[in-house]
Every structure is written in structure tokens, then in C-alpha cells.
Write a protein that binds this ligand. Structure first.
Ligand code: SAM
Length: 159
């Protein structure tokens, strides 16, 4: 599979999983946290799927399309490993983390802190959607609701 095909498959799984969880999230109280603004495509998607829900977005810097930049009060700049700590206990309904790099060694470092952080940000019953696997005793992996292969994008529920 070419990198282009792999990317399309990953984005299809990402869209399918977000579309599956948003109606569930709409029934719950709690913030939505977007870890990794990037171009802002998934932030834009979440804003459309969850109208009126506060979405707080994290990144090192703003590199998004002008149509997809959060309001200043919903944008947190800096290293997520540090900035995310200030939100521990916030009881978010959804955390979406799209901060994988495609490099196994770098993603292995992220895997040492990201699952713990996400578990501490979510309410019980809240959802984690992630581009990298989340190995944590409080994050129950769910089958990804997509026809794409299972390792493209990941869905967990907070126990
Ligand atoms: N989901 C986004 C979209 O649809 O446009 C793409 C996100 S992009 C793949 C990942 C973003 O996460 C980049 O903008 C990068 O700067 C940010 N990022 C990755 N690791 C980070 C970290 N540890 N702290 C802060 N930002 C990080």
C-alpha cells in the first residue's frame, strides 16, 4: 500500500470513528478536547458535528486554515504533555488525539504519557479517539466502527 493509500485509509477511519462517537457525545455533558490542531480539518469537522459544544484545542503553534482557528479562549498553545495537565479532572466527554508522527520511535515516546493524560481528562463513559493506540487500564478499547483495517485509528471508552 502506498503512503497515499495509507493516508486515505487512516483519514477514512478517523472520519468514520468521529461520526460514530459524536451522537453519543452529544448526549453527554462535558468539554471536547482536540489534541493537535494541525490544519484544523478535524476541529472543523467536530464543530460541525457538535454544534454549540465547547471544543478546546491544543497545539504547539497555529498552522490551521483561517476557517478552522479556534477562538483565543479555546486555544491552548505549548507542549500537550505540559499544557494538558492543567485540565486534569475536567471530565471531558471526548478527547481526540491526532498527534502521531508515523515514526515508531517518536510515537513510542508519546505512548509513555498520552494514555495517562487522556484517562485523567475524560469523564467515566467518555470517549477517546486517537491516531495512536492507547494502552491504559482505564481506557477500554472498542472495535473501530469503520470498514478500514483495525490499526488505522483507535477508539476507547473511559472506564
Ligand atoms: N487533526 C488535524 C487536522 O485534521 O488538521 C491534524 C493534526 S496534525 C497531524 C498534528 C498536530 O499536532 C501538529 O500541528 C503538531 O504541531 C501537533 N502536535 C503533535 N505533538 C504535539 C505535542 N506533543 N504538543 C503540542 N502539539 C503537538
Amino acid at each position: 500500500m502506498s503512503r497515499l493509500e495509507n493516508f486515505i485509509s487512516r483519514m477514512t477511519a478517523q472520519r468514520d470513528i468521529l461520526d460514530y462517537v459524536c451522537p453519543e457525545v452529544a448526549k453527554m455533558e462535558g468539554l471536547v478536547l482536540e489534541l493537535g490542531l494541525g490544519n484544523g480539518r478535524t476541529f472543523h469537522h467536530l464543530r460541525e458535528r457538535l454544534p454549540g459544544r465547547r471544543i478546546v484545542v491544543f497545539d504547539r503553534e497555529v498552522g490551521a486554515h483561517a476557517s478552522s482557528i479556534p477562538e483565543a479562549e479555546n486555544l491552548v498553545l505549548g507542549e500537550i504533555r505540559e499544557t494538558g495537565r492543567k485540565f486534569i479532572g475536567i471530565e471531558a466527554a471526548l478527547v481526540h488525539a491526532d498527534i502521531g508522527t508515523g515514526y515508531d520511535d517518536r510515537d513510542a515516546v508519546t505512548a509513555t504519557w498520552l494514555p495517562d493524560l487522556i484517562a485523567s481528562l475524560l469523564r467515566v463513559g467518555g470517549f477517546a479517539v486517537s491516531g495512536t493506540p492507547l494502552d491504559h487500564p482505564l481506557l477500554q478499547p472498542l472495535p473501530a466502527p469503520t470498514s478500514e483495517p483495525a490499526d488505522r485509528y483507535f477508539l476507547c471508552k473511559r472506564l
